[in-house]
Design a protein around this ligand. Structure first.
Ligand SMILES: Cc1cc2nc3c(=O)[nH]c(=O)nc-3n(C[C@H](O)[C@H](O)[C@H](O)COP(=O)(O)OP(=O)(O)OC[C@H]3O[C@@H](n4cnc5c(N)ncnc54)[C@H](O)[C@@H]3O)c2cc1C
Length: 477
């Protein structure tokens, strides 16, 4: 296993459970890849960026359970939105069955006008009637989410204060650069199909703490996890893979090689003979990336009571109350100070700004949204710009995403960028890892006596409420 991000960890843990001796090599000194945390020189634990999951992310939930981290994710039923005029809106499920479970909070959602709401309701009913697959998603030229919305005559307010807010955060890309298939899928799976799909899960520990159980799961079954171990290349004779190569001439060989590195790092690791034999490698450079910027602010006093809020019409999209989120798990929150983390997805504009300019901008927006922050003193701050945070879900990108099983018998790929049907998320990464593990078992013919390979991939949330009357439940494979 090359790469100790979520894809490599999910694949490694699954294969270890299936009886394989897994040897995982990660170049960094910690596990978790992009979804990790580290300790600053002053001792402060910071996430690479705040990560959240949703109720519809069934594979990530399964992975957290397998590695003993499920109780470190706290789920919230209410999403709070604030606009610069001081209006507040909440989204939460009420007593109505899916797909109408959010109708109550939607009707009273102050930042949207009646016209905005009517246009959104029309588009939602369109998604429901088409069971998540509106006819225009199957057109030969994939359309952008913005085009999909314009075809449904969405108001400016609906686009700016609803669709853009949800989708830029979920997909890390602007609406005009997002394949409509991904955008529609977010609403179908998270907001319409099941009344719990939208529930937001937030880690109550620094991200790296979620992966302690992975090392144990692999090592207790005879495997090993090696950190600070960058793989430099793959050695092959023709299309027969002989070994992976490390620094100082070290080599390791295996029955199967799973590359779970970022897509833009993979091509350079492959020798010419493998590049020729596996055509999907040549397409990887067509998969573009998108940035996310995280801004961390420490105030000398509490300025916020909610665990998190979404801001409308500002650069800052989310504010997370890290003191509250961490404190709930450990009981160690220092209630005299408050640590907030802001997230800006698709942060192309911020990449051009200096760190100080970004801090000043976010601080202004935080002080406008949270009046108590105006008198509070900013004690310290940091900015983490992830230039290539996720792959960009551009119209038609799916055709460049390779399967986990390659044309080379012992070579497999995993990573959020492989073909999972999901956007670049932790759920997508875990799905890819489970699919790669299934492909390894299938290809190696090391099936148990029963002859059936274990299935790791979990089904989606079942349809609930009225949706269960029109959509049949997914059957296990
Ligand atoms: C700022 C930011 C915010 C995000 N927010 C969210 C969110 O809120 N919710 C969500 O679901 N997703 C979020 N994501 C996306 C999520 O983090 C990724 O989709 C997921 O973590 C990808 O996992 P992966 O294993 O596919 O890739 P990676 O995490 O990139 O893992 C690849 C691993 O391979 C290692 N590696 C690379 N080359 C080598 C080599 N030669 N030898 C050995 N090891 C190597 C890397 O060090 C890395 O650990 C966010 C991402 C970022 C960057």
């Amino acid at each position: 296993m090359i790469g100790g991000g979520l894809a490599g960890l999910a694949c490694g843990v699954a294969l270890a459970e299936a009886g394989w001796r897994v040897r995982l090599f990660e170049q960094k000194p910690f596990l978790g890849g992009r979804a990790t945390s580290y300790v600053l020189p002053n001792g402060e634990h910071v996430d690479n960026c705040q990560h959240v999951t949703l109720g519809c992310c069934t594979n990530l939930a399964d992975f957290y359970s397998r590695v003993g981290s499920a109780d470190k994710i706290k789920f919230f039923d209410e999403l709070v939105f604030l606009d610069p005029q001081g209006r507040r809106g909440t989204m939460k499920a009420g007593f109505l069955p899916a797909p109408f479970h959010m109708t109550g909070s939607f009707l009273t959602f102050a930042p949207l006008t009646i016209r905005d709401k009517l246009s959104i309701a029309r588009a939602m009913l369109d998604i429901v009637a088409a069971k998540g697959k509106t006819a225009d998603l199957a057109e030969p030229r994939p359309i952008s989410m913005l085009e999909w919305l314009c075809r449904r005559r969405q108001t400016k307010g609906a686009i700016e204060r609803f669709w853009r807010v949800v989708l830029v955060s979920a997909l890390d890309e602007e609406l005009e650069r997002t394949d409509a298939r991904y955008g529609v899928d977010v609403f179908w799976k998270a907001f319409l199909m099941n009344s719990t799909g939208y529930r937001m899960g937030v880690p109550t520990v620094p991200l790296a703490d979620l992966y302690a159980g992975c090392k144990a799961a692999i090592e207790s079954r005879g495997g090993e996890v090696s950190l600070r171990s960058p793989v430099r290349s793959l050695r092959a004779e023709g299309t027969s893979i002989k070994a992976v190569q490390f620094d100082a001439g070290k080599e390791e060989s295996a029955d199967a090689y799973v590359f779970a590195v970022a897509h833009d790092a993979l091509f350079d690791l492959m020798p010419e003979s493998i590049r020729r034999a596996e055509p999907s490698l040549a397409n990887l450079s067509k998969i573009k990336t998108a940035p996310i910027t995280g801004v961390h602010l420490w105030f000398d006093r509490p300025v916020m009571d909610e665990p998190f809020v979404t801001l409308l019409d500002t650069n800052t999209q989310w504010i997370f109350n890290k003191t509250m989120l961490y404190g709930e798990q450990t009981g160690t929150a220092n209630h005299r100070e408050q640590y907030l983390q802001m997230v800006v997805s698709a942060s192309y504009e911020l990449l051009k700004k200096s760190r100080q300019e970004i801090i000043d901008l976010c601080l202004r927006e935080v002080r406008q949204a949270l009046p108590r922050a105006q008198a509070a003193q900013l004690m310290k701050s940091t900015v983490i710009k992830e230039v290539a945070a996720t792959f960009s879900p551009q119209p038609g990108v799916d055709r460049w995403r390779p399967q986990q099983q390659t044309k080379i018998p012992s070579l497999f790929f995993a990573g959020d960028w492989t073909a999972t049907g999901w956007p670049a998320t932790m759920e997508g990464a875990v799905r890819s890892g489970y699919l790669a593990a299934e492909a390894v078992l299938h290809a190696s013919a090391s099936l148990p006596a029963s002859g059936t390979a274990p299935q790791f991939l979990q089904p989606d949330l079942p349809p609930s409420g009225l949706i269960s009357l029109i959509v049949p439940k997914q059957k296990p494979k």
